[in-house]
Design a protein. Structure first.
Length: 403
């Protein structure tokens, strides 16, 4: 009996061990399939994230292209601008990839790039995108990685899912707003501004060297143009008026008609030459604006800034290095009494953007030609209030993603 019992137990153990093998195999298959699906899902999430980043970059670049210097000319070609906007979106997308696949945006009108503006509907007050070429302020971009465009995302386990590739699409909306109230440098990026003040208007009608006369009144000369393909200033006309800036010569501080139409303003530099040169070349950092809460706003009224009407030496050299560059500067309407030291103050009321076209270097004074330009920057502060009565700034736009 004992022998039979041992044989029965041994047979039972063999039977149980054999019955577990299929179960373990099934479990391995199930777990492997789940892992494969998880890996494919993570891969698609990565691809979608990279596609969205590329789409965002394309939308921002397209919106930036939409606000160009041509808007300052009497004969702006809006159809040509729209074509450049669409092509810019496609170009930037082409420089980005999603999991190694090129991102594709079709620049053909009516496909992947829509130009228009965001309006508020009467019903419900919800903002909606209105596609139009009339005063556009937004760009909506669709980016693709799919079979139709020949760049689908490859999957790791097609034998499990039944698909060897997957389609993904991303949408991004970028908007520009020129109801600008000030500028605020970012933590990692200074504002593209120079510590330069230009005379906006003067009570003496003989003073025609003002922004109001030369630029707003379009009385300035038009001797220079900017070559965008070669990134350099050239002689020639571009339809945008210029203003010649000249600093006050030493000894002319008390003769109002002989004072200059440009000053260096104190934006956290205490007018120290080294700091002024830094701001001319690098822009305004948030640390420079700590006195104003790390932002420079003009919507609460004019700001009186200490200033220097003698511009010479290293400051002139630094401005000469800015040839062709675009920067935000301030306009002032009144200035303090001139002192022999050249120190005074300027009452600032407005922000504009200029391009440096010519600088004549002189040890004792500055003579510089600039023209207005159009600039879109993330550092601009804009009033987003619907129906705001704030006057639009034709030169500075806030650039942002609005999705």
């Amino acid at each position: 009996m004992k022998v039979l019992k041992r044989q029965f137990d041994r047979t039972l153990r063999h039977t149980r061990r054999g019955s577990l093998v299929p179960a373990v195999a099934i479990a391995i298959i199930v777990v492997g399939t789940c892992l494969a699906l998880v890996l494919d899902s993570l891969w698609l999430e990565t691809a979608s994230l990279e596609l969205q980043h590329g789409c965002d970059a394309a939308a921002l670049a397209a919106a930036n292209e939409m606000v160009c210097d041509e808007l300052l000319t009497p004969s702006a070609n809006f159809e040509a601008i729209a074509a450049r906007v669409r092509q810019q979106a496609a170009n930037i997308a082409g420089h980005n990839t999603a999991t190694g696949k090129p991102i594709i945006i079709n620049p053909t009108p009516g496909t992947d790039v829509a130009i228009g503006r965001v309006v508020v509907t009467d019903k419900g007050g919800e903002p909606v995108f209105l596609e139009t070429d009339s005063a556009p302020s937004s760009v909506v971009v669709l980016a693709h990685c799919d079979r139709r465009h020949g760049n689908p995302v490859s999957l790791f386990f097609p034998h499990l899912t039944g698909h060897d590739t997957a389609n993904i699409v991303a949408r991004s909306e970028a908007t520009v707003n020129n109801r600008v109230v000030g500028i605020r440098p970012l933590d990692d990026a200074p504002a593209p501004a120079m510590p330069l003040g230009i005379l906006e208007i003067h009570s003496d009608p003989r003073r025609t060297d003002t922004w109001a006369v030369q630029i707003d009144g379009r009385q300035g000369q038009d001797n220079y143009k900017y070559n965008y393909e070669e990134n350099k200033v050239e002689l020639g006309s571009d339809g945008i008026p210029e203003i010649v800036l000249h600093s006050t010569l030493p000894g002319n501080e008390e003769e109002e008609e002989k004072r200059g139409n440009v000053q260096l303003v104190d934006v956290g530099t205490h007018l120290r030459t080294q700091e002024l040169v830094r701001q001319i070349k690098q822009g305004w950092r948030w640390q420079d604006l700590q006195k104003y809460g790390s932002e420079f706003r003009l919507d609460k009224g004019p700001i009186s800034l200490p200033s220097l009407e003698h511009i010479e030496g290293a400051s002139v050299d630094a401005l000469g290095d800015m040839l062709g560059k675009t920067r935000i500067v301030v306009l002032y309407r009144s200035t303090g009494r001139g002192l022999e030291s050249g120190r005074t103050h300027a009452v600032v009321q407005r922000l504009v953007a200029v391009r440096v076209l010519h600088v004549r270097k002189n040890n004792s004074s500055l003579e510089m030609t600039v023209q207005p330009t159009v600039m879109a920057t993330r550092t601009a502060l804009a009033d987003d209030t619907t129906g705001s009565a704030l006057l639009a700034n034709p030169y500075i736009y806030r650039l942002s993603l609005t999705y």
